[in-house]
Design a protein around this ligand. Sequence first.
Ligand code: GAP
Length: 547
Amino acid sequence: MSNTPENFKEKIISLCKRRGFIFQSSEIYGGLKSAYDYGPLGVELKRNLMNEWWKSMVHKREDVIGLDASIIMHPKVWEASGHLAGFSDPLVDCLVSKERFRADKAPKLNVEDDITITCNDKGQAKNFQKIIEDRFNILLKREGKQLKGLKLIDEKNFGFFENNNTKPIKTFEYKGYVSPTFGCPFLSEERQFNLMFRSQIGPVDVLGEITTYIRKNKNISSDELRIGIDKLVKKSAVYLRPETAQAMFVQFLNCQQTMSMKIPFGIAQMGKSFRNEITTEHFIFRSCEFEQMEMEFFVEPGTQEKWLDYWVEKRMSWWQKFANHPENFRYRAHDESELAHYAEACYDIEYKYPWGYDELEGVASRTDYDLKKHAEQSGTKLSYFDQQKTDPDTGKNGWRYTPYVIEPAAGATRGLLVYLMDAYTEETVKDAKGNETTRIVMKLHPKLAPIKVAILPLVKKEGLPEIARKLVNELFELGINARYDEQHSIGKRYRRHDEAGTPFCITIDGQTKEDKSVTIRDRDTMKQERIPLVYLKEIIQKKLSEA
Ligand code: GAP
């Protein structure tokens, strides 16, 4: 069955809702834009994914320790890290279409280029033509869904050239780019937009202070008023963290000293981050509230290249381990212009989403930027003393240095989306009557699957539910997430668990009572095997641990 990118995405969204993976936040109130709730299966999948990350990054390594820091940190953290000043995007509004976009990513034109405004359809073109006529007093020529007659005169001006005249009858300021969707040059001034969510801490009512301030300063200019209010707000402003990373820099010394860690070593953290994203898109791919899994690996200066390569490989193989289609993951090195202000090199691990390759995790060489900035701002020495090394500057024994950092920074919620897309499979199978039907099966890795085993009594009587419930409890005791399910026909139950991604279904039937055997059905092959009940738990444990 062929899938366009858009309908594939829609199928994932629909399955997520149908099976309880992901719901729109506050749905009964109409939903909140780009906020999502992880339902009964989604929460299990997310936890399994994050637990696997924690196991591989912390529990299975002697050189990485964990941290769970508060989401709200001292505002100076964000001043030092550059997030307060630099974590902002220049935003522009199109005065005709009302489209809001990032100025730094907008398309640019060459001098003497014709500027054609391309609309979605004729109706929209007529509408835009009227808006431009009313607001700018020029009547653009409409050809189908395009509006023509504008041309870039030089780097600062564009003009309206009526009927292909060589002289413009009106000129306008060119902002250096046009709107991305329609190619429209009628734009607002740029405004800075900070991506961090701001809140206030403490009992003082900042609105009261602002009101008093405005009353007392009736005669000052709007700019002065804004600066004054900004100062009042900043006195008690706090921010929701936009990345988990900064806590690992700020707690570098506490972690290193309490656990006597020797370089190279890492501090790992996973949890919520918040960004007031201008464009939220592709379901949970880019949302305002999301979860990250980040690790800061502190290394000796000069060894960062080796460690960057090491972590890029490690992280890539981790993602591929749980995937049905490892070929859909790739690396991409950032070029100079893409590098964040703190990074000297960065690789993205990308996945082939329905809309094309896009980021899943960034592995960055962050230099000593963050530790140095926090040391400067806080006055605390954030350095490391290695007694075994010789100081390269003085030649003396013992070297004190600021460690360099390699940071694998992954999106947990984005990773969840990747594995949902990787698992989604449509197969043509024959139903009980021999007719062809489509089976939707989520081929989730058994370690990630929300429910590991479904226990299905064939009928709701004759003592079968009792046997089934006893088995569920025994599996619970072993820490295996099992689920008792007696609703609907056995065929429907298999299909339901195929969509939930449950790797094994155990059916308890009449024969179970006679010879104490059950059938185990494999989700992916649909093969059923009859096995003695007494070996069942062992077999399931083995299948799960070998997966
Ligand atoms: N500490 C570095 C850092 O945060 P990033 O590339 O901005 O780097 C790391 O974020 C990962 O977090 C991304 O690769 C992506 O998977 C995830 N991520 C970032 N913004 C996100 C958003 N708005 N929604 C969902 N995931 C996001």
